[in-house]
Design a protein around this ligand. Structure first.
Ligand code: NAI
Length: 244
């Protein structure tokens, strides 16, 4: 059994049939339209998600995919960090003892747009930093949350590797989902997202990200651990050819 958060929409909704096509049973976790309904933005909701998955898998989970997330246009930027970072990491740690094979967290190309040393989440100072962030607070909260998520994954490689459970992130660029549509429609961020170009001149498709996630969960990725896979049509290489 493989648990998928954010299974009701976008990338998560594409991961579910891709896993089923490989013969897996899937436990969906989302605010709605899922076997386990829970709000990953609150401590109670995270516990409900962990308990609900453990209940359904009988304490032994083959894989975990963390897709649930909020975009930069979300009105409350604190909630972006609560869902994208704390929600993801708490579920990851809560299900780790039950995990048998691998987990994949969906980070973002935005994770590379801030350095950990400059990320206020590293010092627990995000509330104060957001108060000073002006109209870019949603974008900053989003980049900080995804940078912190990727750092959290990379920081767990020793413990997870020793337990025989692989852990990786995928970092999409712009992918055609309701989250992207929400950002494009926001007058503060729409132009910045439109100006984020990819050498492959289109948005990514949820099924393309799902295919990478299915590969990372499977036996052909048996030596892939602690890696972040950009899936961005070449944007990162275009912008930063000498940094990787
Ligand atoms: P989406 O909005 O289509 O799907 C996100 C899902 O997460 C929804 O079903 C939503 O109900 C669920 N969710 C949101 N808040 C939740 C909460 N508090 N508790 C439980 N579930 C919650 O978005 P999309 O694009 O599929 O995003 C999936 C992941 O991919 C997110 O983590 C996002 O940050 C990331 N991503 C998306 C990109 C894009 O361009 N679409 C680019 C880079 C990363």
């Amino acid at each position: 059994m493989i648990a998928v958060t954010g299974s009701a929409s976008g990338i998560g909704a594409a991961v579910v049939p891709a896993l089923r096509a490989e013969g897996h049973d899937v436990i969906g976790v989302d605010l709605r339209d899922a076997q386990v309904r829970a709000d990953l933005g609150t401590p109670d909701g995270r516990q409900r998600a962990i308990d609900g998955v453990l209940d359904r898998c009988g304490g032994s989970l083959e894989g975990l995919v963390l897709c649930a997330g909020l975009g930069p246009h979300t009105p409350d930027p604190v909630r972006i960090i609560e869902v994208n970072y704390r929600g993801a990491v708490t579920v990851l740690d809560g299900l780790f003892p039950a995990l048998r094979t691998a987990a994949v967290a969906v980070s973002s190309s935005a994770s590379t747009m801030v350095r950990w040393a400059d990320n206020p989440i590293a010092r627990g100072e995000e509330a104060a930093a957001l108060a000073d962030a002006g109209e870019y607070r949603g974008q900053l909260a989003y980049a900080w949350s995804k940078n912190a998520l990727t750092v959290a994954v990379r920081s767990r490689v020793a413990e997870w590797g020793a337990a025989g459970v692989r852990l990786n992130t995928v970092a999409p660029g712009a992918v055609d989902t309701p989250l992207l549509a929400g950002g494009l429609a926001d007058p503060r961020y729409g132009d910045a997202i439109r100006n984020y170009r990819a050498p492959i001149p289109r948005h990514g498709r949820p099924a393309e990200v799902a295919a990478l996630i299915v590969y990372l969960l499977g036996p052909r990725a048996g030596y892939v651990h602690g890696a972040q896979f950009m899936i961005d049509g070449g944007s990162d290489a275009l912008m930063r050819p000498t940094e990787f």
